[in-house]
Design a binder for this molecule. Sequence first.
Ligand code: UD1
Length: 341
Amino acid sequence: MKKCVLVSGGAGFIGSHVTVELLEAGYDVIVADNMSNCDMTCFEGVKKITGREDIPFVKMDFCDPVATELLFTTHEIDAVIHFAGFKAVGESVAEPLKYYRNNLESFINVIESAKAHGCGNILFSSSATVYGEPEKLPVTEESPRQPATSPYGNTKQMCEDILRDSVKAYSGIRGIALRYFNPIGAHPSALIGELPRGVPNNLVPFITQTAIGKRECLSVFGNDYPTPDGTCQRDFIDVVDLAKAHVFAVRRMLEDKMKNEYEIFNIGTGKPLSVMELINGFEKANSLKLNYKIAPRRPGDVTAIWADPTLANEELGWKAERDIEDTLAAAWAWEKHIAGE
Ligand code: UD1
């Protein structure tokens, strides 16, 4: 019998890539999304990539406990990957209650229904943002979490704690939190990718929109950081590599391979890249020149963070494999695809 994975927020950037990888690994998938921050572009892309017209899709809001309960009543679900949530750092500072209500309520509803229906395998999409400005690099899963600098970051920490405490209190529930570093890129087919609404906050969508002419000029936020070239350093992880990590994590849960009932894994490459290195890489990968300028630092940015991914490498058997130039070529192919070029 095929195992069935519910992907909440499955029509979004990461959720759609994870759906592809799960289907290709032989799992059944139910995609559920309230479509508050995306359209059907990526879900349609998932169908094209996988050749599957029959992927169940449920338009629903996980903040609605009745709808959540109904989903679990009407489907046999073996594992849940929870992506549904708001993710704009700046907006979360301006509207904290919106973030706390949405991100916490939806996750609580998912765990409650999963628990009631004996579906004990829950994977939460967390973030390296929980490490704040790390004292020691690279960060391991043992590195201390720092007080969150935004309500968005706080909801990531709180959801981790909600999962940890639920696992401890309720028998039959186990959980994995994957802490993503900076997911970038797009599927090599260029049929799914990131579709930010309005002005992008994140670096790569801003780069691709500048390259295509939607934005005039990229601002590099600060070149006076204590790093080799003065710009911030991040662990940019290809979204397809990141998506594959979920397949390994789900398999670990479903095949009873977990060593603890609650586990945390860093999902990164282990290699730092600076903002300038990324820009240069984009220009080289795509043989173009980008219009950029040096601008003041962006408040709230950390200087440098990258993962020690050893635990995920050894325990999940997963490793980031894609070459950064391929990743940046895929990001550009996706931007051109959505521009209709
Ligand atoms: C941000 C969030 C993080 C979230 C992640 C999701 C903050 C403080 N953190 O991480 O919580 O999990 O996105 O992907 O917002 N940059 C520029 N010019 C730009 C945009 C970005 O120079 O137009 C620089 C930033 O200063 C930063 C780097 O690029 O040094 C990466 O920025 P971004 O893509 O926004 O990711 P993070 O800030 O690392």
